[in-house]
Design a protein around this ligand. Structure first.
Ligand code: MG
Length: 283
């Protein structure tokens, strides 16, 4: 996408008879790409991101302690359900691969990363401590991920490599079967049938419920369509306000996610409007 946009830009400017400036401009990433780079760097380096994740996991840990201590009679088969990538496992090195090589995400590239990236996977800050606390409280930690079930052995190796408990992991790991939908509902229902699910953790809204499935927009969708779709998703989050911080815990992911489906080629269209002018700043 990055290179095709650059080619389009060059063709447009050649048509306008401004060939020379193109040579200088073509090395400058489009604003949306600069944003993506900064999102990657923020996640990889900002101590603020680390503090944010720790805040969420610490709050969830206190809440889980309360739930377990107050339960009378004691809960039977209590569990927490956790997504893996950018919820428990830090897979930012895949983002580096994509950026460095000017590629985009594809399922095939991701599948290779699941296999060869095992030793590059890190822990999202606070996840390890939360999981240890949950297990100490007698709460099963169940992983519900759209990683490929065909790569299960590699995902188990990644979980082990970051120091997480893998005892009985085959019973606690729900991956996406080959050819299956990315809809987690059937697997979420299967987990709920076996466990008393106390909490869900994710970095994408559909980790929690299919009510958040993003509206599909056509290539030629108008700005109003994008804004309506964004508003609809926001409204769904507000409708679920009884869950956030109570039994649903969202980790930040500004690098990728289904929120990107509602970002047009020119993101300025959907950004918070301003009436401020450049002239006002140059007086
Ligand atoms: Mg995820």
């Amino acid at each position: 996408m990055r290179s095709s946009r650059a080619v389009g830009f060059v063709i447009t400017l050649v048509a306008l008879g401004v060939v020379l400036p193109v040579l200088a401009e073509s090395t400058t990433p489009a604003p949306s790409e600069q944003g993506s780079l900064l999102a990657n760097v923020y996640t990889m380096t900002a101590a603020e991101y680390r503090a944010c994740c720790r805040t969420i996991y610490a709050a969830a840990g206190y809440r889980l302690e309360e739930l377990m201590e107050d339960a009378d009679p004691p809960l039977v088969r209590p569990a927490v359900v956790m997504d893996l990538d950018q919820t428990v496992l830090d897979i930012t090195s895949f983002q580096t691969f994509v950026y460095e090589n000017e590629l985009s995400y594809t399922p095939a590239r991701w599948s290779v990363y699941e296999q060869v990236g095992v030793h590059e996977v890190l822990l999202v800050p606070g996840a390890g401590e939360f999981i240890a606390k949950a297990e100490a409280l007698g709460v099963s930690v169940v992983y519900l991920s759209n990683r490929n079930e065909a790569n299960q052995e590699f995902t188990i190796a990644a979980i082990e490599q970051v120091g997480l408990n893998t005892d009985g992991i085959e019973e606690r790991l729900y991956l996406k079967p080959t050819g299956a939908s990315s809809d987690k509902s059937p697997r979420r229902d299967a987990i709920s049938a076996r466990y008393n699910v106390l909490m869900i953790f994710g970095d994408n809204l559909r980790d929690f419920s299919e009510v958040f499935k993003p509206a599909r927009l056509d290539d030629g969708a108008a700005t109003e369509d994008y804004l309506a779709a964004i508003q609809s998703r926001s409204d769904a989050v507000e409708d679920a306000v009884c869950h956030w911080g109570v039994d649903w815990f969202m980790l930040p992911n500004c690098m990728y996610g289904e929120w990107q489906k509602h970002v047009p080629d020119n993101p300025v269209e959907i950004m918070t409007p301003t009436e401020m002018t450049v002239e006002q700043t140059e007086k």
